[in-house]
Design a protein around this ligand. Structure first.
Ligand code: PMP
Length: 420
């Protein structure tokens, strides 16, 4: 059976045939690819084709698919029991490792997804401050909990509107939404509502409207403005964490968030999420404090084994320079080809993260990203897929170069891109 046949079968029993909407290829059209196996930078599909993968399971696979040491750690852990719902030595060791790699974090609580991590971080911020409202940025995605499925409302100073049916307006009314990179908008909202705001949450480097970097002073300004009004600053590092170095973006930039959320890489491809912060803040979580959070599979030993081995390899091998060099080679190549051919696009890149934006003008927020030509992105996506390269099936995402990619993979990508 090929991808099309599997998709038809799946549609009868899974809504839309998928377990996460973007996998339906709604943004690019066509039939989603069914993956069979992966090794290093390559995946095999149910169509009998081999693809070089630049999506990397949306970010966790910085070491590539099925890295031997990680698979071995998972197999060994699985053989010892899949879940206990009780304490294990490895979760304590893992927490020690995470805290040692991120000096700003004294304590960490493990959950099973990025969504859960952010949901808990917001509750924690409310519990710590005794305030209700939060401020997020248009185009930043923080998982699918009620409070965070919010788009900007009619004005900056009104609460946001839900971007999903089924979300209570009372949840989204408590959320202000500002444009990313717009410190003046944040200051305006905090000036009028600062004493009601529990937290400002941001992806330090945004990855969910394509790759958008913080402009100089933006994150520093958020740090200062939140400190001024007594709100907490949450860095959602579900994508950023361990992406550019064996630590957080917050640590690398010297900007200290009050709460950090993690996911993706720290599970090495297994379901995990984490909330970290100072002892003072984290002590508000149950059972030490009154903010409740729990999970049957939290700290799952198999997931923790995968995360532990992944972080150890990242710490010991530090593939970051290699990834940065490959990422730059790829982005520079795309930009060079675009210039030669007069294509209306530019490629944003930081480390292994990259997004070809289908317009020449820079993208500094969601409005800019929305102004890109999505049809041109879909043509690019299918052209690359036809030539054996899998990139995220949406123009509002980042693609990833991993430690498993080679210069030859990048050059092959560029050769195919040149035929666009
Ligand atoms: N925060 C950010 C920044 C994310 O990119 C994502 C997922 N892409 C999430 C939170 C939610 O994580 P998960 O999909 O594991 O629930």
């Amino acid at each position: 059976m090929n991808s099309e046949q599997w998709f038809d079968r799946a549609k009868a029993v899974i809504p839309g045939g998928v377990n996460s909407p973007v996998r339906a290829f709604n943004g690019v059209g066509g039939t989603p690819v069914y993956f069979k196996s992966g090794k290093g930078a390559k995946v095999q599909t149910e169509d009998g084709t081999e693809l070089i993968d630049f999506c990397g399971s949306w970010g966790p696979l910085i070491l590539g698919h099925a890295r031997e040491e990680v698979v071995e750690a998972v197999s060994n852990a699985a053989a010892d029991g899949l879940s206990f719902g009780a304490n294990t030595a490895v979760e304590a060791e893992f927490a020690e490792l995470v805290c040692s790699l991120i000096p700003e974090i004294d304590m960490v609580r493990l959950v099973s997804s990025g969504t859960e991590a952010v949901m808990t971080a917001v509750r924690l911020a409310r519990g710590v401050t005794g305030r209700r409202k939060i401020l997020k940025f248009d185009g930043c995605y923080h998982g699918h909990s009620d409070y965070l499925l919010v788009a900007s409302g009619s004005g900056l100073l009104t609460g946001g509107i839900s971007s999903s049916a089924g979300v209570s307006p009372s949840a989204t009314e408590e959320v202000f939404v500002a444009p990313y990179n717009d410190l003046a908008a944040v200051q305006e909202i905090l000036k009028a509502n600062g004493d009601e705001i529990a937290a400002v949450i941001v992806e330090p480097v945004a990855g969910n409207m394509g790759l958008v970097e913080p402009e100089p002073g933006f994150l520093e300004g958020l740090r200062a403005a939140t400190a001024d009004c007594g709100a907490l600053l949450i860095f959602d590092e579900v994508i950023n964490g361990f992406r550019l170095g064996p630590t957080t973006y917050g640590h690398m930039s010297g900007i200290k968030a009050d709460i950090t959320t993690l996911g993706k890489i720290i599970g090495g491809g297994m379901p995990i999420g984490a909330i970290g912060g100072s002892t003072e803040i984290m002590s508000h979580l149950a059972p030490l404090g009154p903010v409740y959070q729990a999970g049957t599979l939290s700290g799952n030993p198999v997931a923790v084994a995968a995360g532990m081995k992944t972080l150890e390899l990242l710490r010991d091998e530090s593939p970051y320079l290699k990834i940065e060099i490959l990422g730059k080679r790829l982005a520079d190549g795309i930009n060079r080809i675009a210039a030669t051919k007069g294509l209306d696009l530019h490629c944003a890149q930081r480390g292994g993260m990259f997004t070809p934006f289908f317009r020449k003008a820079p993208v500094r927020n969601l409005d800019d990203s929305k102004a890109c030509d999505q049809k041109a992105h879909a043509r690019y996506f299918h052209h690359m897929l036809d030539h054996g390269f899998y990139t995220p099936p949406s123009g509002y995402e980042v693609a990833f170069v991993s430690a498993a990619h080679t210069e030859a993979d990048i050059d092959a990508f560029l050769e195919a891109f040149g035929k666009l």
